[in-house]
Design a binder for this molecule. Structure first.
Ligand code: G3P
Length: 231
């Protein structure tokens, strides 16, 4: 069992949540191809648990193709019923999702939407990753009792400076605040190397969210392998 920097034993392996976003490199058949690459690596390198967050249209095909946990990138706050063009927690679960990302900075939700979407997700047994860009509203979001609060400074998303390099203090503060509330901490934005992942974990995070540096890499297999080899 791994320990974080405070010597606290982590019950679960750290998470590497790979957000496929809406990149063409991770859409449709390419989403399946990338998912299979991740699965092959996950079998060899077991230090982290790899989770994939895919587009709604790819949930079923990706979760059917691999044994890794697959998450939805969003949910609407609706029960099953007379709604059109919405994503219910029930439909995501039926499509194979094991969890959901909510309130990503690229898909922000009102507090009311977020509360209801969390409620629906839990009702259907989905794990919840609620995102925020800052710690200002951390208490309010922690009150929703998500499985994880993911801190992603929006200005670093898609860039080459990582949250681990730019804001190690933010990670430590998030861990201090949220550990007491029994909410796991994930961090993300600009993560581009094994040491970035390692630092986040050493600072007490339960894992990281990553996207562009894996999904858009010329050779995602090589990049992912080299990160995991450096943990
Ligand atoms: O959800 C993960 C994400 O927002 C981070 O994106 O491209 O900076 O790894 P990226």
């Amino acid at each position: 069992m791994q320990k974080n920097h405070k010597g606290v034993t982590m019950k679960e392996r750290p998470l590497l949540l790979i957000n496929f976003k809406a990149y063409t490199e991770a859409t449709g058949a390419k989403a399946v191809k990338l998912a299979k690459i991740c699965e092959t690596i996950a079998r060899k390198k077991t230090q982290v648990k790899i989770i994939l967050a895919v587009q709604t249209a790819d949930l079923h095909r990706v979760s059917n193709a691999v044994s890794l946990d697959v998450y939805s990138q969003h949910l609407d706050p609706i029960p099953p019923g007379a709604f059109t063009g919405m994503i219910s927690a029930y439909s995501a679960r039926e499509a194979g999702a094991k969890g959901v990302i909510l309130n990503h900075s690229e898909h922000q939700l009102s507090q009311e939407h977020l509360e209801r979407a969390c409620y629906e997700a839990k009702r259907y047994g989905l794990r919840t990753v609620v995102c925020t860009g800052t710690l200002k509203n951390a208490h309010e979001l922690a009150a929703l009792s998500p499985d994880f609060l993911a801190i992603e400074p929006p200005e670093l998303i898609g860039g080459t400076l990582s949250v681990s390099e730019a804001h190690p203090d933010l990670i430590s503060k998030a861990v201090d605040i949220l550990q007491r509330k029994h909410v796991g901490v994930l961090v993300g934005a600009g993560i581009h190397s094994g040491p970035d992942v390692r630092k986040a974990i050493e600072l007490g995070a339960q894992g990281v969210l990553v996207s562009s540096h894996i999904v858009k890499a010329a050779n995602p297999r090589q990049v992912l392998l080299s990160w995991l080899e450096q943990l």
